[in-house]
Design a protein around this ligand. Sequence first.
Ligand code: AMP
Length: 406
Amino acid sequence: MPKSVLVINCGSSSIKFALLLEDQEFRIHGLAENLGTPEARIKGVTVGNEPVDIRIPNADHKEALEVGLERLANYKPDAIGHRIVHGGTLTKAELLTDDIIEKIRAATPLAPLHNPAHLVGIEATKRLFPDLPQVAVFDTAFHQTMPEHAFRYALPKFLYTEHNVRRYGFHGTSHAYVSERGSELAGSFKQGGWLTAHLGNGSSTCAIWNGQSVDTSMGLTPLEGIVMGTRSGDVDPSLHSFLAANLGWDLYKIDKMLNKESGLLGLSDNLSNDMRTLIEASEQGNEDATIAIEVFCYRLAKSLAALSCGLPRLDGLFFTGGIGENSAYIREKTMAYLPHFGFKLNKEQNDNLKRGTEGRIDAGTGPQIWVVPTDEEGRIAQETEHVVNEVSQAAAKKFETNVAMA
Ligand code: AMP
């Protein structure tokens, strides 16, 4: 069993990494950013809680990992877990074999911004740690239990059968962790019907029945669904032809607008994609900030109401992510749009819940409402351990069989 797991989340010009030690209490974090540019640096690596800021001009992913991990000389990892956004139809975490790497590559058209960056990270860690077991943990895997009526689009069938156009869902690691932990807190571990609202810079909702995802708000890509920091979420699909015909926009421009210039940022007329800033601005009378917050909460409530159709019974709701965990104001506003579900918030408990803590915030009648801080790194480390243990047990069994047959 691995004593320490290095969790890696590779973007195109950045790497987030965390080393989780056996007791899970002690974590070392790092962020390498602006890779491949003169401004490349590593920030926030703390060994014994010492903040570090190292300049690594023009360093690539491998160099950044080498420098970052030098700081961890006393804490060598025993296994590596990679966060991979799109695993296509892979249903669980997998040991990184050549075959799995090819499958991640094959899913690239579905996640053109993310999967190529993950592959760069995998190549770098394979060169740095050729002897360590490495595991891919997919954002999409948790949602592979969705029934076909939830994951199909109403499009010509061949787009699904020949081109894999379907709903996949994302943030799976977070929805899985939060629903598992939340149902445990509620005394019904992995049982019953729950909704999760992961609200951060990227946001999504999920419906979970007996521990399995049955529907989620994101789709083919992480653009579908609720309002996010800079992503629009759902829009009329005819928007593309409208903008092309009336403004002469091409697909690249429309895609950029929907992913980078919309959501809270677009609604607030470029004021901010950050919910804290918008709440402050709204309190000072900024109308764009006020409407951005209102659209966010209304669409979120609408998504939760729609997803509840996937559940035979609704036991409750878990809030998570930077906004879900920290903003009593957004939680209250959202719940105000869902009174007919019988949800009743306990205002005092909601307002007084300490930042970063778990807690129940409903009034004790109707479905439960909880705040459950997410732990994607912890979940990735756990799944990595699980895969490594499974593989070593299978190898031991094979060895025993071979000895018995010899
Ligand atoms: P994440 O992507 O999960 O780190 O979440 C980032 C989002 O959480 C940003 O929009 C932050 O403004 C928001 N956030 C963090 N703390 C608060 C808070 N106390 N109130 C409102 N939003 C918050």
